[in-house]
Write a protein that binds this ligand. Sequence first.
Ligand SMILES: [Zn+2]
Length: 119
Amino acid sequence: MVISARSRARTASAASTRAFAVRPHRALRRGGRSTVDNLRLRCPAHNQLEADQTYGAGFMAVKREGAKAARAEARKQLEADLVSGLRSLRFTVTEAKEAARRCMEALPNAPSRTWSGTR
Ligand SMILES: [Zn+2]
């Protein structure tokens, strides 16, 4: 699904835009410009397809694997921070680990890309 930036307000509800991405139609590094006419709103599948076609499926597979590993590491760190914080509040190791496990289960997308943390 590809929608021009100009028509997105008319064609997409606020709820359905959350997973959509606004990206340059012609990539900036390929000579595209940062103008409204060069922007497109894409669903995740078409955003991925466009990236594969622009940069190559192999290159993007490596990038996606790297991003996946970084997310997994960030989740591991968040869970460790939760356990540490709960331990400092005098919860037992067992209680802290169980509570952290439940938090991670309840927050499958944490930490988000905008997560700032306190470190
Ligand atoms: Zn689509």
